[in-house]
Write a protein that binds this ligand. Structure first.
Ligand code: FAD
Ligand code: PYC
Length: 416
């Protein structure tokens, strides 16, 4: 039975949450751990959860410089899909998507997975051909995805402008019926609570300032709250990966750029699927609160400024108005940005490094919310066993030296 029964909800509502049980402890930093994870985003927290649950490693800490979920995880537009091109990508993204199906039950926490269907618009002949190729690859891998024509697009999404006179007319779409959305902070909170329940220390407002390395091996870290001894450090810091890995003398093949999004004022339900229109650099879904969740391409220059800007908003909305004329008179409620980490092949890095005991998980770029459960699962296994999980193996850092790229520049979808 859940700790949060209907009676406790009613009691807490009536006494202004005075006795509201904390979802996780405010842990004190210990001086030594078996492993330390840097970064309490979805990937770091999921890694901690699976380390404790699947590998019985509970003397571990997750160290976060801000608040948990306050990085990209709490800033993303929550699209979940697994329709990537390459076999290794399909394996990890579909593992993640399938874990999302039962995640609320596994965590006993409502992560609001909503498989409402994701449509990726084809608005040029080139896009049609590219997605047809992906469709064949996905069908061979057994994914439930299909090409749909313009009539079906209009049936699934009546507010879309299907006029053949549009500058970029809708020619069809690539459709994943069990893709959808989830609740971003619930995913972070659910994993945090699950990890905490198993004894993991989650320490917020604690910045990692240094990684100690002796004779090629990790020996500990320096933080704003003191030193910690540990033989295993996992860096899961998304847009700040290069900065943190530099502390151990490791240079990363990633760039940091700002990706922005916005929500409109809330309106009645108008769209019950996710639409991505990559040719015009825009995508849209509707939140349960009624806001239209809208995003576009990443900024075209590197930076660490985690905030939105009107120029980008204008570009994205201008592009989407022709596809969704209904949005032209809506007001913007909120605009924000997150610093994402881009690799050259638009695929992630899940890897051991040349420093013994140092592991890194990054490079999810504009698309790592969808992969949180799968990434945490295989990264935990990699750390616990000090060798790559078979699904993680293709995503090792060595692929850049070996020229073995996993090109996902089309499937990553968001323009960069
Ligand atoms: P984060 O959530 O960024 O966590 C990293 C943490 O590391 C941060 O909390 C940070 O504070 C911490 N940290 C950094 N440096 C230090 C330090 N020195 N010491 C301690 N802690 C440190 N993906 C999708 O799949 N679907 C989408 O629809 C989607 N939309 C997006 C929209 C936007 C606007 C943005 C910005 C991203 C979007 N993404 C999307 C991408 C997705 O959000 C990220 O890939 C994912 O959240 C990365 O998770 P993470 O746990 O690796 O990183
Ligand atoms: O990866 O599907 C995605 C995505 C959509 C919006 C941002 N990223």
């Amino acid at each position: 039975m859940s700790r949060y029964s209907i009676f406790s909800l009613a009691r807490n509502a009536l006494n202004y949450h005075k006795d509201w049980e904390r979802a996780w402890r405010s842990a004190e930093l210990k001086s030594e751990y078996d492993a330390v994870i840097i970064g309490a985003g979805g990937h770091g927290l999921a890694t901690a959860y699976y380390l404790a649950k699947e590998h019985n490693m509970t003397n571990i800490a997750v160290i976060e410089k801000g608040w948990l979920g306050g990085g990209n995880t709490g800033r993303n537009t929550t699209i979940i899909r697994s329709n990537y091109l390459q076999d290794s990508s399909i394996a990890i993204y579909e593992l993640a998507r399938s874990l999302y199906e039962d995640l609320s039950q596994d965590l006993n926490y409502n992560t609001m997975f909503s498989p409402r269907g994701v449509m990726m618009m084809c608005q040029t002949e080139h896009e049609l051909r590219a997605f047809q190729r992906t469709a064949h690859a996905n069908r061979l891998a057994g994914l439930d995805c299909r090409m749909i024509d313009r009539t079906e697009v209009k049936r699934l999404c009546p507010i879309i402008n299907d006029s053949p006179d549009a500058r970029y007319p809708i020619l069809g779409a690539y459709y994943q019926p069990r893709g959808g959305t989830g609740r971003h902070d619930a995913v972070a909170w659910g994993y945090a609570r699950g990890a905490d329940e198993r004894g993991v220390d989650i320490v917020q407002n604690c910045e990692v300032l240094g990684i100690n390395v002796k004779n090629g091996k990790v020996t500990g870290i320096e933080t704003s709250k003191g030193s910690i001894k540990t033989a295993k450090v996992a860096v899961v810091t998304a847009g700040h990966t290069s900065v943190v890995m530099e502390m151990a003398g490791v240079r990363m093949p990633v760039e940091s750029v700002c990706l922005q999004a916005l929500v409109s004022e809330p309106i009645k339900p108008v769209i019950d699927c996710v639409v991505m229109a990559n040719t015009v650099h825009g995508y849209m879904s509707q939140s349960d609160k009624g806001e239209l969740v809208i995003g576009g391409g990443a900024d075209s220059y590197n930076n660490y400024s985690q905030r939105g800007a009107f120029a980008s908003l204008e570009h994205t909305v201008t592009a989407l108005v022709e596809t969704f004329p209904i949005i032209s008179r809506l007001r913007t409620l909120r605009l924000w940005g997150g610093i994402v980490d881009m690799t050259g092949d638009r695929s992630p890095i899940i890897s051991k490094t040349d420093v013994q005991g140092l592991y890194v998980n990054c490079g999810w770029g504009t698309g790592g919310f969808k992969s949180i459960p799968g990434s945490g699962f295989v990264f935990a296994d990699t750390i616990a066993n000090d060798r790559p999980h078979p699904i993680a193996e293709p995503f090792g850092m060595n692929r850049f030296a070996e020229g073995r790229f996993i090109d996902e520049s089309v499937s990553a979808a968001v323009a960069h």
